[in-house]
Design a protein around this ligand. Structure first.
Ligand SMILES: *Cc1c(COP(=O)(O)O)cnc(C)c1O
Length: 383
């Protein structure tokens, strides 16, 4: 059996968790939580970070801090995991769905086109013409370890004074190597960024997330909101509606050990990505999608693109691999077509539909051996 994406816990995980259990600090207090926040902040070069219970919880808090409230609109991609969009609804706002470009991340030209054609900008605020609703924020997702085109995107969002939430849940470790943002990590260029440590992500705490920003006010607010909004902790005085979105000391113990191995995991993922690309013949109507030029990707997920749709059908490839005990998955169903979001505002969705029909995600665990990569490719190519 070759699984799609499973945890790799062969470092100090057991030692740190054992320490947490032996010290009996297993819940939301305890030194590992603060240590994990500090380690992540150092790794992605931001002043501080706030641990939270999941990537979804982090995105909820990030949008709230960006001022998203009832009846606002928030610009989101349609080709992503639905957890990038649901928090918009948690806050009583609605999404506006946008297309992707060939990176599978949001298409900046269409973002600009939407703002220019369908919106008006007055008093430093962007409004949707047809509905008159305020556009409060923008969620950019760094899909599968790739980097969205942040240079262009941030020029547009600055022009229209839009707050930017970076859903970097799949992309911790991805960074620019050249250009305006050389050295900057996914999640650290917008107003607030969020990472996920769910079991299928490149590093895992079983479940968990992290909120990062270069704005200390935002981080203070994130800590406040994720810990029940205590104004005076000793006397149980609360100054707003908060949440219990805390990470536990046990989870943070796992996270610290995982982060120690992140660079090694990225090397393994890169080796396997290069091998997949090498083993797949050119001009076969099949290809592994490339990551953006000028970045160091964490290579989280590999996307097999069925370019020649008449020869290669994703459903058939998935079944063929499944018969050989190899686990794969299709890309996500487009979110604007899902039950809770039908009838939402959409802008020129074309490429998302094209890629949605053609992409299969191949096994990518950091435990995956070169022999297994070769077995996957041979199975795909077999009759
Ligand atoms: C995993 C993921 C999330 C949610 O993270 P959880 O920790 O599972 O809540 C959000 N957005 C995207 C794009 C994801 O892949």
């Amino acid at each position: 059996m070759i699984p799609l994406s499973v945890p790799n816990l062969k470092g100090n995980e057991l030692a740190y968790v054992k320490q947490a259990v032996e010290s009996e600090w297993v819940s939301t207090a305890g030194p590992y939580v603060r240590q994990f926040e500090k380690d992540i902040a150092e790794y992605v070069h931001v002043p501080s970070a706030v641990a939270c219970q999941s990537g979804t919880a982090g995105l909820h808090i990030a949008l709230q801090i960006c001022g998203v409230s009832r009846d606002d609109l928030v610009i989101v991609p349609t080709l992503t995991f639905i957890a990038a969009v649901n928090p918009v609804r948690y806050l009583g706002a609605d999404p506006v769905f946008m297309d992707c470009d060939d990176s599978l991340c949001m298409d900046p030209e269409k973002l600009a086109g939407f703002c220019r054609e369908e919106c008006i900008y007055k008093n430093n605020t962007l409004y949707h013409k047809e509905t008159g609703r305020r556009i409060a924020a923008f969620v950019v997702v760094h899909v599968f370890g790739n980097m969205a085109d942040m240079e262009v995107i941030l020029r547009i969002t600055e022009q229209y004074n839009l707050k930017v939430v970076e859903d970097a849940t799949e992309s911790i470790g991805t960074k620019y190597e050249t250009g305006l943002y050389a050295g900057r990590f996914a999640g650290t260029m917008g107003d607030i960024g969020v990472y996920s440590f769910n079991g299928n992500k490149i590093i895992t705490t079983g479940g968990g997330g992290m909120i990062v920003s270069r704005n200390m006010d935002y981080l203070r607010e994130a800590k406040h909101l994720t810990t029940q909004a205590k104004a005076d902790e000793a006397n149980f005085i609360h100054d707003e509606v908060g949440y219990n979105y805390r990470l536990t000391n046990l989870q943070a113990a796992l996270g610290i050990a995982q982060l120690e191995q992140l660079e090694t995991f990225i090397s393994t993922k890169k080796r396997n990505y290069d091998l997949y690309r090498k083993l797949l013949p050119e001009n076969a109507g099949l290809a592994i999608l490339k990551y953006r030029e000028g970045i160091r990707s964490n290579c989280w997920f590999y996307s097999l693109m069925c370019e020649d749709f008449s020869v290669w059908k994703p459903a058939e490839i998935i079944q063929k691999l499944k018969d050989q005990h190899i686990q794969t998955r299709p890309i996500w169903g487009l979110i604007h077509e899902q039950a809770p979001y039908r009838g939402s505002i959409c802008y020129k969705i074309e490429k998302a539909d094209y890629y949605w029909k053609r992409v299969v995600n191949l096994p990518c665990s950091t435990n995956l051996t070169p022999e297994e990569v070769s077995r996957v490719v041979h199975t795909i190519l077999s009759d």
